[in-house]
Ligand binder design. Sequence first.
Ligand SMILES: Cc1cc2nc3c(=O)[nH]c(=O)nc-3n(C[C@H](O)[C@H](O)[C@H](O)COP(=O)(O)OP(=O)(O)OC[C@H]3O[C@@H](n4cnc5c(N)ncnc54)[C@H](O)[C@@H]3O)c2cc1C
Ligand code: FES
Length: 338
Amino acid sequence: MSTIAFAGAVHQSGAGESVLETLLRHGADVPYSCRKGTCLTCMLVARSGEVPDFASEALKPTEREQGMFLACQCPADRDLTVALPNRATIYGRARIQSKEALAPEVCRVRIRPANDLYYHAGQFINLQRADGLSRSYSLASVPSLDEHLEIHVRRLSGGAMSSWIFDTLAVGDEVDIQGALGSSYYLPGRPEQDMLLIGTGTGLAPLYGIVRDALASGHRGKIALYHGSRAPNGLYLRDALRKLAAAHDTFTYTPCISGDSAEHDCRVGRADLLALDDHASLDGWRVHLCGYPPMVHAAKKSAYLAGASLADIFTDPFDLKDLRAAPRDSEAARSDIW
Ligand SMILES: Cc1cc2nc3c(=O)[nH]c(=O)nc-3n(C[C@H](O)[C@H](O)[C@H](O)COP(=O)(O)OP(=O)(O)OC[C@H]3O[C@@H](n4cnc5c(N)ncnc54)[C@H](O)[C@@H]3O)c2cc1C
Ligand code: FES
């Protein structure tokens, strides 16, 4: 049995627990979201005790040097004294510039950071509310094209942050942002490489940024974008993407509907299955997969089997904060979310 000291209290860890699980079980107030090492909202600093390297490998070298690590990735099998990192080193202030509906359940939020943010289209930021609630949102904006950061938020029924963004967040409000984070973005080094991009729901956001970044950078290889949704009204930005496809011979856009309500100008079926059916060989291709996590993981495997090198497959699974103690819903119900 080990102990985790945090905010003046010392907590006993349970067998197999992560530091995050121990702290949450004891009611400690620590931010977290995905619990999978993706979102980086659960960063803590080790004041004493040894943290294994893998618990900090997703962090920047400067953060590692300060003893920062991810609480959800660190086993609580050793005595540690931990603290929340200094907010000023992680978060910056930003102001909401605009908010508009892109679809009934999707809104576009444009954000102006107080200090310039160095980022690539397709990376994500963590948005933090004044009470500490944090969630990740992918960047649809392109640094060389857009003045503001742009995110696309899908409203989740009962979702704490997305409901707040839809119902309460107003133009002019201030929020804190962390980032930019993540390694799924356009790499300008290989302009001839063909690219396959598959996204479901607001998984379009990072891909919208990547496509525009690639085209603006003079990418010469093919760029094939498949956007999937169960229903037509989840396929937002259709006109903008069609215009982009009309203006660039190398870019194709395929909207896909996986539910019952077909539309004449959309393909019927799951975006990942259609995309991989259309591209039997992905030898030499770069692949970006974003949105509903089971789709991302399944399509990664299929893309690899179709010949894409693992180093050329970039994934951005939108892992939700799992608020339940035990699984309750079916895969079909979860796929409705994205
Ligand atoms: C790297 C990354 C990038 C992301 N990018 C985007 C983006 O660009 N746009 C976007 O809209 N979202 C994105 N997300 C998801 C986003 O961070 C939030 O998780 C999402 O907005 C929901 O937050 P919330 O506070 O509204 O919901 P929460 O309060 O966190 O609750 C989630 C809701 O879903 C339910 N729920 C939780 N787990 C399950 C489950 N397994 N099955 C069914 N229901 C479940 C809960 O009961 C609750 O109703 C991203 C996530 C990651 C990790
Ligand atoms: S990285 Fe730990 S909660 Fe997301």
